[in-house]
Write a protein that binds this ligand. Structure first.
Ligand SMILES: [Zn+2]
Length: 164
């Protein structure tokens, strides 16, 4: 599985923090990380331990999000509600969990931190998700195989890894 960052988050601090967390996840957990830079707003990304691509938001929406049934089941909104607000694509700043077949299984629908929105949206924000999985132990994602967890497992249903 792969962690994919749809860059750039609008706020420079979120963008920089996301890059640092992705490096940590790669270095400490061996997680494959990559960037689809759909909206380049900040400086060049150097020394990133994964692929950096420059697709258009339309390409990413068609490939990853649109009519994605797996994603539809994993998030509260439909992908079009979440990423195509008022007919305009709104993808940059989010994080996606991509399986080995290339299907997006989960994606944040709010860039940044929950406290920038309203209480109770931690499960939907990119930064809270990344910080949670970078700070082991995480009950949201198996750091061994990147399977999504629902928070009360003792072991990963996919690979058997014991959740600490
Ligand atoms: Zn696992």
């Amino acid at each position: 599985m792969i962690l994919r960052y749809y860059a750039d988050a609008e706020i420079p601090e979120w963008h920089d923090r996301t890059l640092r967390l992705l490096r940590t996840l790669h270095d400490e957990h061996g997680i494959t990380v990559e960037i689809d830079r759909v909206d380049e707003q900040h400086g060049p990304i150097t020394d990133f331990p994964g692929e950096v691509r420059y697709p258009t938001p339309e390409d990413v929406y068609e490939r990853d999000l649109k009519r994605n049934r797996e994603l539809n089941q994993a998030i509260d909104q439909t992908p079009s509600e979440a990423f195509k607000r008022y007919g305009k694509l709104d993808i940059a700043g989010n994080i996606a969990v991509v399986d080995d077949e290339g299907t997006v299984r989960w994606a944040s629908t709010l860039p940044g931190y929950a406290d920038g929105y309203r209480p109770g949206v931690e499960s939907r924000t990119a930064m809270d998700f990344l910080e949670d999985i970078a700070a082991s132990p995480s009950n949201r994602l198996c750091v061994e195989c990147l399977s999504l967890l629902d928070g009360d497992e003792n072991f990963c249903p996919n690979c058997g890894y014991e959740v600490p």
